[in-house]
Design a protein around this ligand. Structure first.
Ligand SMILES: N[C@@H](CCC(=O)N[C@@H](CS(=O)(=O)O)C(=O)NCC(=O)O)C(=O)O
Length: 219
């Protein structure tokens, strides 16, 4: 069909940032949801998973795995990766930052309840990560993080803000510039559409999601 095809669980995990980026670029995509061990074994047998891992994104005749490789390819293909090496370097730094923050939340669902440390996630968000983006936007006074143009960095920062707000709704209370950024980027038509109910955006992980992941990978 020419549309990229995403193979992953029916949940956020490591695939959600790819859904966000494709949606922000206005690119329609198909999804295959991993529900059973048999599906996973078949993908391996068919040689579709280079490292026996998902996310898998089939795009432009390639079977891409490795989340960063997938995201970088999509960002470059849809001109969301800056205009030169230095802008791309900034975007890489910013997306690694929001990626690390979201990584803490992704693993949260798989951490035994008594070991979960939500306070640490909120502390990192409000003292290490959000202050950086607040300052960057404040200093150049532009709409977007890099090169005064919409990029991957903006998409992933909005994704991270919304994810942290799901855990702590007041998390932006000391970040007025990020509050304005959130409102602005959420109103970009392709993102506004993705934020509407019924889009391919996935809900926060629940016990069912965690159980499915464990079941599929059970030896
Ligand atoms: N570096 C890889 C890691 C991918 C990964 O660990 N995938 C898990 C699934 S999930 O953690 O994303 O839910 C997997 O396939 N695990 C199976 C295995 O590693 O045998 C990436 O970024 O895509």
């Amino acid at each position: 069909s020419g549309k990229p095809k995403l193979t992953y669980f029916n949940g956020r995990g490591r695939m959600e940032s790819t859904r966000w980026l494709l949606a922000a670029a206005g690119v329609e995509f198909e999804e295959e949801f991993l529900e059973t061990k048999e599906q996973y074994q078949k993908l391996i047998k068919d040689g579709a998973l280079l490292f026996d891992q998902v996310p898998l994104v089939e795009i432009d005749g390639m079977k891409m795995v490795q989340t960063r490789a997938i995201l970088s390819y999509i960002a470059a293909k849809y001109n969301l990766y800056g205009k030169d090496l230095k802008e791309r370097a900034l975007i890489d730094m910013y997306v690694e930052g929001t990626g690390d923050l979201m990584g803490m939340i992704i693993t949260f669902a798989f951490t035994p309840p008594k070991e979960r440390n939500l306070a640490l996630i909120i502390e990192r968000a409000t003292t290490r990560y959000f202050p950086v983006y607040e300052k960057v936007l404040k200093q150049h006074g532009q709409e977007f993080l890099v090169g005064n143009r919409f990029s991957w960095a903006d998409v992933q920062l909005l994704e991270a803000i919304l994810m942290v707000e799901e855990k702590e709704p007041t998390v932006l209370s000391k970040f007025p510039v990020l509050q304005a950024f959130k409102a602005r980027i959420s109103n970009i038509p392709t993102i506004k559409k993705f934020l509407q109910p019924g889009s391919q955006r996935k809900p926060p992980p629940d016990d069912q999601y965690v159980a499915t992941v464990m079941e599929v990978f059970k030896k």
